[in-house]
Ligand binder design. Structure first.
Ligand code: HEM
Length: 271
């Protein structure tokens, strides 16, 4: 009888040990679960390259992966039907970005020959327009892309107002847009100063004087943004660096954030 009880005790103890081992395993598995939600990046890319669109609704596990994956973000498998309607957006934001890219490329080419400064600005523009091969084409492309961008950005903003797309949850992206609008206008203006003509000199003088009216910081701010432009040219090294590096970089970063936020806010669709 004693032996039987001892045996039973041993069996029970073994069961308890095994049970707790299984529990521990289960716990570890459950703990590992959130990490297992991530699908390998190459599988996602493969699936997308193959254009394999599944019929079933995307699982929670996958949507987690897509949310955190850059490639899935820029090329999602599901796009709400409304987004594809050209008549909703007129693609004005996309056109603005296209103009921005043209500006970047043509601007880079212009930098090979443009020389900023009081006495260098205007003559180097003339050289680009009349001596450098294809210089006038590049300059005109740059000029017109700039003007087109100003128009498309303004129309894009009007479209956003018209469709009330500035409302929650898109308020932050609206503010990013306002910053972009200001940047685009400032880029257009600094580009005009870089021509280095008498008109540019007059425009620079007006801008410096307006900024100078701001109490305390005005004169310093004008110096930081424009340097010391002459009334007859407007082209300075300071304006050049802002126009070619500072403002475009800022605009690019803001635009990328703008695009990222569009999807984060639920995509372009009627609210
Ligand atoms: C560099 C300038 C800009 C670029 C490249 C740009 C680009 C875009 C793009 C590609 C879209 C997707 C839909 C569409 O094409 O309309 C979009 C949406 C949006 N943009 Fe802009 N944008 C710019 C400036 C602005 C400005 C000035 C505002 C407003 C002040 C703005 C506010 C918005 C808002 C709120 C949305 C979401 C619209 C919706 O969900 O229907 N953007 N933008």
């Amino acid at each position: 009888m004693k032996d039987q009880v001892a045996d039973l005790k041993q069996v029970a103890e073994q069961e308890i040990i095994q049970g707790s081992k299984q529990d521990a395993k289960l716990g570890a598995k459950q703990e590992a679960e959130p990490r297992a939600k991530q699908e390998p990046v190459w599988e996602i890319i493969q699936e997308q390259v193959r254009e394999r669109v599944p019929d079933e609704i995307i699982s929670e596990r996958k949507s987690e992966t897509y949310k955190n994956n850059f490639f899935s973000h820029i090329r999602p498998r599901f796009v709400p039907a409304g987004v594809l309607s050209v008549l909703y957006t007129f693609c004005l934001g996309g056109l603005s970005f296209l103009a921005f890219m043209v500006l970047g490329m043509t601007g880079l080419l212009l930098m090979f020959h443009y020389q900023p400064g009081d006495s260098n600005g205007f003559p180097s523009v003339l050289t680009i327009a009349s001596v450098i091969p294809y210089g006038d084409v590049i300059r005109n492309l740059h000029y017109w892309a700039g003007q087109i961008m100003v128009v498309t950005v303004n129309l894009h903003m009007l479209r956003v107002v018209w469709t009330r797309a500035y409302k929650s949850p898109k308020q932050l992206n609206w503010l990013v847009g306002v910053a972009l609008l200001i940047l685009v206008l400032v880029l257009d203006f600094t580009g005009y100063l870089l021509i280095g003509s008498q008109e540019s000199g007059a425009a620079a003088t007006v801008a410096v004087n307006i900024l100078g009216q701001i109490p305390g910081i005005g004169t310093g701010l004008a110096q930081i943004l424009f340097g010391e432009p002459s009334a007859l040219s407007g082209s300075t090294l300071v304006v050049y660096v802002w126009h070619c590096v500072g403002f475009p970089m800022l605009a690019l970063i803001l635009q990328l954030y703008h695009f990222w936020r569009i999807r984060r806010d639920g995509g372009v669709r009627p609210l």
